[in-house]
Design a protein around this ligand. Structure first.
Ligand code: GAP
Length: 431
């Protein structure tokens, strides 16, 4: 199975999805860049998240807080003292590991590692004045009162935010799974104390439904209930949504009941009133907070692992008849390219381009490709997960029809050019 991850890493680079950061200088551990298809896939995931949880709901509002926050925020939130991992170092090879996630490899100086006693290592990135935020949550707590008032939301309601977060991870590993710079998408949902347990269950369902709607297979998901004694300092209950990655079943997303810990701590430390005032009942209280959270890169990795398939050659090409084929079964809403428009031969490019231009005004994410054999071009589109290819051939000049090829079934249908947009509209089922 680990072999699958290696194949994915090489595919991602070869096809311009994910590239190691600063690669021409030898890279920088745990930092990745996203190429043209990678950023398109990532943006599609983020767009769907925002549509589902912010624009699609009446009880959640969006915000964007700054990456740099006053250091006092991280003192009050408990991060400065408690955002730590246990670090051990091998006395022989001097590599450092998370004590709860030791390397399976042998020591490079020979034999087993000889480890130091564990010591606490804070994983926030320090700047001269403060830290780079390790989560987006705190901005939603510090601005809670402002946003509650200006948005005129009444409890229960949520604040949502998506953005860059940074963690100085001791070991970065497993490709996008554990990196140092990544995006978190999370919601702080404020409820009346006592309503928190019901709301927790609702959010856990909504969170899992979202992951399933992206096309991830249910059999590859599992829930993990954190034991009471292992809960974070602020949490009353935490459940992870885990994914069966090629390197093991690991956390993809989570839901935590943060109680009133954060608002209370910030009120104490800042001296500013962060309670909620209920106009109807005239009660004033610190709301409880349910926090569903997910990392966009982890989600992207799970989507890729789920969609990735290596098959024996199924599309004949003159260049490589026997080479294995890679197909990415992305759902149309996530696919970086929705439709590829291909002339059978270059001579037909001019006519084909008219169809391409027409479709491009509709969906934008349309590609035109005239180079190489048609089989090669189909394979290339399968590899980047394009759901449909439209081919214009010599018959098209006469019968005004094109061939539409389905990536997953490889079924080919002749469709009237005048009907093509409607046909694809129904098939893609996206706006
Ligand atoms: N505000 C809560 C919070 O930050 P977390 O579980 O520490 O919770 C949220 O992080 C999500 O961010 C995780 O569920 C995971 O998907 C993602 N994540 C955490 N650390 C990561 C890392 N080093 N690389 C990539 N994604 C990470």
């Amino acid at each position: 199975m680990e072999d699958k991850l290696e194949k994915i890493v090489s595919w991602a680079k070869r096809r311009g999805f994910i590239i190691p950061g600063s690669e021409i200088y030898g890279g920088i551990g745990g930092v990745y860049d996203f190429g043209p298809y990678g950023v398109a896939l990532k943006n599609n995931i983020k767009k769907l998240w925002w549509q589902t949880f912010v624009s699609g709901r009446d009880d959640v509002v969006g915000m964007e807080s700054a990456i740099l926050m006053n250091r006092k925020v991280w003192q009050a939130s408990g991060h400065e003292k408690g955002f730590v991992d246990e670090l051990v170092e091998c006395k022989k090879c001097h590599r450092r590991f998370k004590a709860d996630d030791l390397s399976k490899e042998k020591c490079s100086s020979g034999g087993e590692h000889e480890l130091t006693e564990p010591k606490a290592f804070n994983t926030m990135f320090k700047t001269d004045e403060t830290y780079l935020r390790p989560e987006t949550a705190q901005g939603m707590f510090t601005d809670f009162r402002q946003i509650a008032e200006t948005s005129r939301q009444k409890i229960p309601f949520g604040i949502a935010q998506m953005g860059k977060s940074f963690r100085n991870e001791i070991n970065t590993k497993d490709f996008l799974f554990r990196v140092r710079e990544f995006e978190i998408a999370e919601i702080e949902y404020f409820v009346k104390p006592g309503d928190d347990e019901k709301s927790f269950d609702e959010w856990l369902k909504a969170w899992e439904d979202f992951v399933l709607n992206l096309g991830i297979k249910k059999e590859n998901l599992e829930q993990y209930e954190h034991p009471k004694e292992g809960l974070a300092h602020y949490s009353k209950r935490t459940v992870d949504i885990q994914y069966k990655f090629p390197f093991g079943t690991k956390e993809l997303a989570g839901v935590a009941n943060r109680t009133d810990f954060d608002l209370k701590s910030h009120e104490e430390a800042s001296g500013k009133d962060l309670k909620y005032f209920d106009e109807e009942t005239k009660e004033k209280y610190w709301p409880y907070v349910i926090e569903p959270t997910m990392g966009i890169e982890r989600l992207m990795l799970a989507i890729i692992c789920d969609a990735f398939e290596e098959l024996e050659a199924r599309t004949e090409t003159t260049e490589a008849k026997t080479e294995n084929e890679i197909v990415l079964h992305f759902s149309p809403q996530l696919a970086p390219i929705k439709v590829a428009v291909l002339p059978l031969v270059k001579k037909l490019s001019e006519e084909t381009k008219k169809i391409y231009q027409d479709l491009k005004t509709c969906w934008g994410d349309i590609e035109f490709d005239e180079s190489g054999s048609i089989g090669r071009r189909y394979r290339r589109q399968d590899e980047i997960g394009t759901p449909y290819c439209v081919t214009f051939d010599f018959d098209s000049l006469e019968d005004k029809k094109v061939t539409v090829r389905d990536r997953d079934t490889m079924k080919q249908e002749r469709i009237e050019i005048s009907e093509l947009k409607n046909f694809l509209f129904r098939k893609l089922n996206i706006s």
